[in-house]
Ligand binder design. Structure first.
Ligand code: SF4
Ligand code: SF4
Ligand code: SF4
Length: 257
């Protein structure tokens, strides 16, 4: 797919905290050999040079403003490959929490009398604006997965992201299931790849890597309820990262809009 030996790469940011870009900088510092294999032409977080000739575009942040469309179109028309970087770009991320309430209500809560001054719409994945070739999930991304993804791209392959549940990795870590000690966890429906980071430290998965294909959401809700969570708490927990994916799931499986 990528023919040149030293592909030109650019990084872009939209609505996000820039934590994924910081993780990229951190990852490249520990793998400087990659800087010999790619040429970074644009990366506002890390350098002042600015080139518009690139083959791979990593895009961080969610698509929240109609005015972002033009910039995303421009990136899409230039890049042979567009990779969504992190949960905000991949699934709308934590920003999408606001999608479950009327936008004007949210704007007034945040901006008070300046509510109409800011152009803030629904928080969507960048795939809602342009076609995307691949993604690196997580909030923030996993640095090891980013390095593997760059190596794959250099070899002409898209990033190989797991589509099995976190529980698989958690079991491989030989963790005791948190449900056994009464702690809730979203692991059964969430995409693996972080090495079961949170559960290994005794914290239930919050779902930052997004849903696996064909998640059994109703079954997990029953287990969470048995664990003592009210249905409103369960919905709030699921909404933290998967608001947009759950909406899509409802549309596809139950025809709800
Ligand atoms: S995915 Fe998380 S770390 Fe990355 S930009 Fe969004 S909020 Fe920040
Ligand atoms: S702690 Fe969570 S991720 Fe680990 S096995 Fe239990 S449900 Fe799955
Ligand atoms: S355990 Fe869950 S919340 Fe924690 S990093 Fe992995 S996917 Fe994200």
């Amino acid at each position: 797919m990528i023919s040149t030996k030293k592909p030109k790469v650019a990084f872009f940011d939209f609505a996000g905290c820039e934590g994924c870009q910081l993780t990229v900088i951190d990852a490249l510092q520990s793998h400087p050999e990659l800087l010999d294999a790619i040429e970074i032409v644009q990366f506002r977080e890390a350098m002042s040079e600015h080139g518009d000739d690139y083959m791979v575009a990593f895009v961080e942040g969610s698509f929240t403003r109609p005015s972002d469309q033009q910039r995303l179109d421009q990136i899409r028309s230039q890049a042979a490959l567009v990779i969504a970087l992190g949960a905000c770009a991949h699934i709308g991320g934590i920003n999408a929490l606001r999608n479950s309430k009327p936008l004007q209500e949210i704007r007034q809560y945040v901006y008070k009398d300046q509510a109409d001054h800011y152009e803030a719409g629904k928080a969507l994945p960048i795939s809602a604006a342009i076609p995307v070739d691949g993604f690196i999930p997580g909030c923030p991304i996993d640095r090891h997965e980013f390095i593997r993804a760059v190596k794959s791209l250099i070899q002409g392959n898209l990033p190989d992201i797991p589509d099995y549940p976190l529980c698989v990795e958690c079991k491989l870590q030989e963790n005791e299931c948190l449900f056994n000690i009464g702690k809730p966890c979203l692991g059964p429906i969430i995409r693996a790849g972080c090495g079961a980071l949170c559960t290994t430290y005794g914290v239930g998965c919050e779902g930052c890597r997004g849903l696996i294909p064909h998640p059994n959401i109703e079954s997990l809700k029953e287990v969470l309820a048995e664990c003592g969570l009210s249905y409103s708490m369960i919905d709030a927990k699921l909404a933290l990262f998967t608001t947009n994916e759950l909406h899509e799931f409802e549309v596809v499986h139950h025809g709800k809009r």
